[in-house]
Design a protein around this ligand. Structure first.
Ligand code: ARG
Ligand code: ZN
Length: 877
């Protein structure tokens, strides 16, 4: 009954087929008798037909529901008046305006897909986005049907003293058999994907927020009682996010109560249900002993993200799921800007771009590539992607860049004014931006419909006689599935020109605007364009795509000399970092090409690193960014055929060379950056740099093993403890079984820390890792039903290049076998785990064959889920 949707002939949903709903739901009243084994859901829907002329049947979505009763306006509906179909309840002759009452039975304890209502670790939890509500009751499960919800929850009081749902708590009481009930009503009409309920034995951390207009909002974070001391960061981030949205967007919170619940069993990061956010505990719980600085950062950004959804997502919601980026891209942009304002803007931007390049660029270049607004899908859960989220955020950022902050804000104000309470489209968003500013964003629409990452080639020419500099930018893009031809996109290229002495030069040219400004945004909106800069007294060095002003790959035809110049002179923090990365990348690619390890540091890279290492004034977090080598994956992305082993060897050799070339500086940093633990940004930057120093020292000098062990033992915080642990476990040939046992022993009561224990072992670039992973599947702490645990072991293994891509195919076969098993339990997670296999075209012929074989074996599986089926079908096309 509870089994996830499995359909033999997958149905493709097309954006063009959108039709407005023929019925609206004026009100929903739910009465839910919670029981892990058999929960009964009574739903009273007040339904109203939209058009007099229409006499079609009414189709309500429903999956895995056992229908016990059905009534129309109080009368039991005769059998010939309705029909049950796969995934639906059809009312054959519905009146124009009526109350439908259904009673269904579901089995939360058997819901391992974690979509709909499930029971895990003693708690009832819901996840309704995208289409989970139909697994709770029969409904018009689509985002453009907005209704007012009232819910009465009943449960056994002992194990479930806390009963939560959206909106306002209206009443509560006791009933027979040790049960109790609570009534909730949400005054804001909402689509059912924003419905939520939680029942369990939870403690609560309370605080307040006073809105700009003076309303008191109760803030409540619900966690298991032993975690009450681990909510400070979440609460603080929430209050800061609320203040930020008032300050930057003029948006206040709108209910009297804002609740957050943390659960260990959750498919995604978090969910913005109206007034009742549900979070993966990873993004709520933190104490210095158990959470790293990165964990603290993640909490801040996800708490803010879900809060910001209250306006971008909830108050203004989606017409259909193709518009997903309307809320996700926009909300990611908002949370990135929040984090940039709260921390270091430069470091934030570098991290955002690193994530975009690590996840979205490969997606956009592979068989799963799709536009930010897709045209078709089989399973919508497969479209919660880096493209919809991160590239979507980049598109919003470009609009922000070309309009400017003030005009962007006017556009947002108009968007909210026009569409509050509505379910709208990306088109409506762009129209509001245009309406408020008088700007024409017609060309920008292509960013939403065209997939693939454009490549921008830049070429500059200096004419000393004319004192002119001409810059030519040319764009192209490779075909993506279903889109063989690509049209030119509008690409804002923020740029500056530097004099050889390192000064940004005044920019003068034909389209003079504000004479003498030293930074300009060039709008490349044709295949090729040339800009002429005049009165250029010396040959300039261009700094292009500053702040990563567009999600493109930039090819600059640059030599290392220019890179080294920008690495020391560029005053744009992103481009300075980019220049350093470029130097390191060239060193790595050259080493791979000549199949030697990068045993020697190229002179220019050496000089650039030396300058950063000796710059004690620089923010330590930024310094750490500059000194970190591009990831193996990023290096692979730059190669025609990814040479897994070559990349790993070259990068390791370069790390060793960097360690020994600057041994003294690293050692000095390591000693001088030791401070007692504190939770501020400067301190976390110091920890980051110090742990990077230790990594380089250990790479080049085995005697640092003892020092690393000492740090592991003595650290007063998880960042330092885990950094040492990870270095030890990733040592190619050290015996660290004592450390592994010790770590487990210490932290076994802390699931989020044990996730790290699994993840670090599965990411070790060691020959024995696959055997280890195989063994870990049998470990008592491994649990197929906990997505965090599954991702820790199997997600990490799939991302471990040298192990996953072992030449004999053992990594592929291993992962495929686990996906096959997982697909029976949790198709959403199974489908996601398959993405590394989908990238087969990027490897050599032998690996291609083995990867395809693994995919084909999986595709032959009986009872394949729609989720996994779609990923496999597209990957094998
Ligand atoms: N809307 C959530 C967010 O803020 C993501 C929920 C996605 N869940 C899913 N099962 N697809 O990002
Ligand atoms: Zn979101």
């Amino acid at each position: 009954m509870i089994a996830p949707a499995r359909s033999p002939a997958p149905l493709v949903i097309h954006r063009e087929d959108y039709r407005p709903p023929r019925f609206v739901v004026d009100a929903v009243d739910l009465d839910i008798q919670l029981d892990p084994e058999l929960t009964q859901v009574r739903a009273r829907l007040h339904l109203r037909r939209q058009s007099e002329a229409d006499d079609q049947p009414l189709r309500l979505c429903g999956e895995g529901l056992a229908l016990l009763e059905i009534r129309q306006d109080g009368q039991t509906l005769p059998k010939d008046q309705y029909r049950l179909e796969e995934g639906a309840l059809l009312l054959l002759h519905p009146p124009r305006d009526f109350v439908l009452e259904t009673l269904v039975q579901i089995r939360p304890i058997a819901n391992t897909a974690l979509s709909g209502l499930y029971f895990a670790n003693g708690h009832f939890i819901t996840q309704c986005e995208a289409e989970g509500f139909r697994r709770i009751t029969y409904y018009l499960d689509r985002p453009d049907v907005l209704a007012r919800f009232g819910v009465t929850l009943h449960a056994e009081q002992g194990p479930h003293p806390v009963l939560l749902a959206n909106g306002n708590r209206i009443a509560a009481g006791q009933e027979a058999h040790g049960r109790h009930w609570v009534r909730w009503e949400d005054p804001f009409p909402k689509p059912c994907y924003l419905f939520a309920l939680v029942a369990g034995d939870l403690g609560c951390v309370r605080d307040h927020f006073r809105t700009a207009s003076g309303r008191e909002v109760a803030l409540e974070i619900y966690v298991e009682a032993h975690h009450l001391d681990a909510c400070a960061q979440a609460m603080d981030a929430l209050q800061r996010a609320m203040a930020w949205d008032e300050r930057v967007y003029g948006r206040e919170y709108d209910l009297d109560r804002y609740m957050i619940v943390a659960t260990d069993t959750f498919n995604m990061g978090a969910m913005e249900n109206k007034g009742l956010n549900i979070f993966n505990s990873k993004y709520v719980l933190a104490r210095p002993e158990t959470a790293t600085d990165t964990d603290y950062q993640g909490i801040e950004s996800v708490i803010a993200h879900e809060y910001f959804h209250n306006w971008t997502g909830n108050r203004v919601t989606l017409r259909d799921w193709f518009q997903l980026s309307l809320k996700e891209g926009l909300t990611v942009f908002r949370d990135q800007e929040f984090s940039a304002d709260e921390n270091s803007r430069g470091v934030q931007r570098i991290g955002d771009v690193r994530r975009l390049r690590a996840a979205q660029f490969p997606e956009d270049a592979g068989p799963l590539a799709h536009p930010v607004r897709p045209d078709a899908y089989i399973e919508i859960n497969n479209f919660y992607t880096a493209t919809v989220y991160e590239k979507g955020a980049e598109v919003v950022r470009m609009i922000h860049t070309v309009l400017g902050a003030a005009a962007f804000r006017q556009g947002m104000d108009l968007y909210f004014a026009r569409h509050d309470g509505q379910a709208v489209t990306i088109e409506d968003f762009l129209a509001a931006m245009e309406g408020a500013t008088g700007r024409d964003l017609a060309a920008f629409r292509l960013w939403y419909s065209q997939a693939g990452t454009p490549v921008v080639h830049a070429a500059g020419r200096y004419d000393p006689a004319q004192r002119r500099y001409s810059l030519t930018l040319r764009q192209e893009a490779a075909p993506t599935p279903g889109q063989p031809e690509k049209r030119p996109l509008p690409i804002p290229v923020r740029m500056a020109l530097f004099s050889p002495a390192g000064q940004a030069m005044p920019l003068r040219g034909q389209e003079e605007d504000g004479a003498g400004d030293r930074e300009r945004i060039l709008m490349l909106d044709t295949a090729e364009q040339t800009w002429i800069f005049t009165e250029v007294s010396e040959p300039p060095i261009p700094s292009l795509l500053r702040g990563f002003s567009a999600p493109v790959r930039l090819e600059m035809g640059f030599g290392d000399a220019q890179r080294a110049f920008l690495a020391s002179h560029d005053d744009d923090p992103f481009n300075r970092w980019e220049a350093m990365q470029g130097l390191a990348l060239q060193a790595l690619l050259a080493a791979i090409d000549q199949s030697h390890g990068a045993g020697v540091l190229p002179e220019l890279l050496h000089g650039a690193l030396a300058a950063v290492l000796s710059d004690a004034q620089m923010d330590p977090a930024y310094r750490a960014e500059l000194l970190t080598l591009p990831s193996e994956d990023y290096v692979g992305e730059q190669m025609a055929v990814i040479d897994v082993e070559g990349i790993h060897c070259a990068r390791e050799a370069l790390r060793r060379a960097m360690g020994s070339a600057f041994g003294e500086q690293w050692a000095a940093d390591y000693e001088s950056l030791a401070f007692p633990y504190s939770r501020d940004g400067v301190s976390s930057g110091r920890r980051r740099l110090r742990n990077l120093a230790l990594a380089y020292l250990l790479a080049s000098d085995a005697s640092y093993l003892d020092r690393t062990r000492q740090q592991y033992r003595q650290a007063d915080n998880m960042t330092d403890h885990l950094a040492a642990f990870s270095l030890l476990v990733h040592q190619p040939d050290a015996d660290v079984s004592d450390i592994l046992a010790d770590f487990y022993q210490r932290w076994q009561q802390h699931p989020l820390v044990i996730d790290k224990w699994f993840a670090i072992q599965a990411s070790a670039p060691r020959p024995d890792t696959l055997a280890k992973a195989q063994a870990l599947l049998q470990h008592p702490a491994f649990d197929w039903r906990t997505p965090n645990r599954v991702r820790a072991l199997l997600g990490s293994l799939g991302a471990n290049a040298t192990v996953f891509h072992a030449a004999d195919g053992s990594g592929y076969a291993f992962l495929a076998a686990q996906i096959r098993h997982l697909d029976e339990l949790n198709p959403q997670i199974a489908a996601r785990l398959a993405t590394p296999l989908s990238r087969w075209q990027r490897y050599d012929a032998q690996r291609q064959g083995l990867m395809r074989q693994a995919l084909e074996d999986l595709a032959g599986k009986a009872n394949l889920s729609r989720d996994l089926g779609e990923v496999l079908e597209k990957s094998l096309k």
